[in-house]
Structure formats: structure tokens, C-alpha cells
Design a protein around this ligand. Structure first.
Ligand code: CUA
Length: 326
């Protein structure tokens, strides 16, 4: 936890300064006020002053203790506002990544369609995150960059940062969102640009970049689906992004049943108060993904929400599940 907590990102610097400044000023006045209070308790106690006397207004004193705090809070405002503007102003050269929040994981989608469960970024490059939620309110929290932005269904919010040092930075969900809220933990992995390109673009030039040259355009258009997709590999990706937070692949119980040995096997489900046996075949699994609460596996909670997956994703993830039952 708290790796690279102190870093050179502007917002980190500004938030820390504002925090330190307010803390020092507050501490100073705390000791001044409490110290004077204790001193006055003894200095003006009843044995020395039977009855309070000499109580008059003092205009200069009142002006001083009005003006000085006013100036101080103006400084508080200035440093807070300055940091706020930094956090809200995204540099023009920022790389954009879409963040999808769901119960109970974050996933990161890049401009070439690549989806990752860890946020890979190139070192030193500003990154803008467009944050969406497909179910309830989550909050994308990056302590190292002093960022916390809610993911709200039906709207897109954003935050930006720049990781100047290579390494890992923690990401957490900071809005209580249900059963496995505490497991919404991800990593930002700041790596050199070449490594970033290798991971996200797989060494192949992105289709859009290839289409820019005139000669290449026809080629890119004539072979748009050049990437051959292995259904099992694609299914494993779907699993990692959509299912892994609730379904294990090693037989252990998380929220729902494990996918290990599930395919093709019989198990009991409940529907409208009656219990019956089903075989976990393609038809059953497809229905379970599309209508998670149509039938509930006996002994498990009805905790699954609607998944944002295509027909092809469902086919692929079932192909992947088959490999877990061999
Ligand atoms: Cu998502 Cu808490």
C-alpha cells in the first residue's frame, strides 16, 4: 500500500502544500488559544478576582483578530482553488483511457479497444480518465495522485494525472458499493513507453495509425478484422473483466459458484420457490449470463447484476469455461 505516495505530480504537490499550510496555521492557533485559556484560568481565578472588572470593548484588538484570520482564510482559499484548477485542467497532450466501474471491479479501455484490469500508463505522460459506471455509484480513488472521483451511472466524470516515476500506484473504490466493495483494488502500472506500447498495442501498429498513409488505407480497410481471435483467449479476457471478482476458476467460493468443473455438470437451481436440477450447458449458461436472476443456484445469493457483454463475449466465455472442466 501507498507505493510512490510522494511524487512530483503537480496536484500531489499542491494538495500536500495546502494540507501542510492549513495544518501549521491551525496548530499555531490551537496552542495559542488553549495556552491562553489555561493561563487565564489561573491568572484570573476567583481568589484573585472576586468579581470581574475592567470589561470594555477594545476596537484595535477586535480589528486585529478579524483582519488576520480573514487574510489567512483568503490564503486557504487561494491554495485550495489553485489545486482545484490544476486537477480540473487536463493537458492537451493527455492520453485518454475509459474507466468502466461495475460491481465489483474497475476495467480500463484503451483507444484501440484493448481492455485491461490494471491501468498501464507510459511514464511521464499525462493521462485523462473518463469514468463511467454501469450499475451503482463507485469512486475511482488514487491516493498517490490525491485524486478521488465518483463514477456515477448515466454520466461521465474525469480525472487526470501523470506518473513521473516508474512503478505501481494503488487504485481503490472509495464509495461503498455492496458486498465486495473492499475488493475493488487495482494497480496503476507506470512503465517506459516501449513497454507500454508492447502491452497495449502488442507491437502491432494501431489500425488507425496505419490508415493514415494513403497506400495503407486501402489495405487497412480491406482487412479490418485481421486479428485472428482465439475464442478461449478472448473468453478468458471476458472472464477477467466481467466475472473474476465473483467467480473463481480454482474451485474456491467467492460470491457465486466457481467456474472450475462447472460446464456440463448438473446442479440444483431455485426458481419461484421450487428446486430442480439443470445441466450447465451452453443454453443454461447463456441464460444465466443474460438473465442472472431467472434461476438461482441453490445455496448462493441472488447477487449478480446485468452484465455488459455481447453475444460474442458470451460464446467466448463459455468456450473458456469448457476448458476449466476438462
Ligand atoms: Cu465500487 Cu465500492
Amino acid at each position: 500500500m501507498l507505493q510512490n505516495f510522494y511524487n512530483s505530480f503537480e496536484l500531489t504537490q499542491k494538495v500536500d502544500f495546502a494540507m501542510g499550510f492549513i495544518l501549521v496555521v491551525s496548530a499555531f492557533f490551537y496552542f495559542l488559544v488553549v495556552g491562553l485559556m489555561i493561563y487565564f484560568v489561573f491568572r484570573y481565578d476567583k481568589s484573585r478576582n472576586e468579581k470581574a472588572s475592567n470589561i470594555h470593548g477594545n476596537i484595535p484588538l477586535e480589528v486585529v483578530w478579524t483582519v488576520i484570520p480573514t487574510i489567512l482564510v483568503m490564503f486557504f482559499f487561494y491554495y485550495g482553488y489553485d489545486g482545484f484548477i490544476t486537477g480540473r485542467t487536463v493537458p492537451d497532450d493527455a492520453m485518454e483511457v475509459n474507466v468502466n466501474a461495475m460491481m465489483w471491479q474497475f476495467s480500463y479501455e484503451y483507444d484501440n479497444g484493448e481492455i485491461m484490469s490494471d491501468l498501464y500508463v507510459p511514464v511521464g505522460k499525462p493521462v485523462k480518465l473518463n469514468i463511467r459506471s454501469q450499475d451503482v455509484i463507485h469512486s475511482h480513488y488514487i491516493p498517490a495522485f490525491r485524486l478521488k472521483t465518483d463514477a456515477i451511472p448515466g454520466m461521465t466524470t474525469y480525472q487526470w494525472f501523470r506518473a513521473d516515476e516508474e512503478g505501481e500506484y494503488d487504485v481503490l473504490c472509495a464509495e461503498y458499493c455492496g458486498l465486495r466493495h473492499a475488493y475493488m483494488i487495482n494497480k496503476i502500472k507506470a512503465v517506459p513507453e516501449e513497454e507500454f506500447n508492447a502491452v497495449i498495442y502488442g507491437g502491432e501498429p494501431p489500425v488507425l495509425a496505419a490508415a493514415e498513409g494513403e497506400g495503407m488505407q486501402a489495405q487497412a480497410l480491406s482487412a479490418p478484422a485481421k486479428r485472428t481471435v482465439d475464442p478461449v483467449k478472448a473468453g478468458e479476457r471476458v472472464y477477467k473483466i466481467n466475472c473474476a471478482s465473483c467467480h473463481s476458476i480454482d474451485g474456491s467460493r467467492i460470491v457465486g459458484p466457481s467456474f472450475k468443473g462447472l460446464y456440463g455438470k448438473p446442479h440444483n437451481v431455485e426458481r419461484d420457490g421450487s428446486t430442480y436440477e439443470v445441466i450447465a450447458d451452453e443454453e443454461y449458461l447463456t441464460r444465466s449470463i443474460k438473465q442472472p436472476n431467472y434461476e438461482i443456484v441453490e445455496g448462493y445469493p441472488a447477487a449478480m447484476g446485468k452484465q455488459n457483454v455481447s453475444e460474442e463475449d458470451i460464446k467466448n466465455v463459455i468456450s473458456y469455461m469448457k476448458t476449466l472442466s476438462e
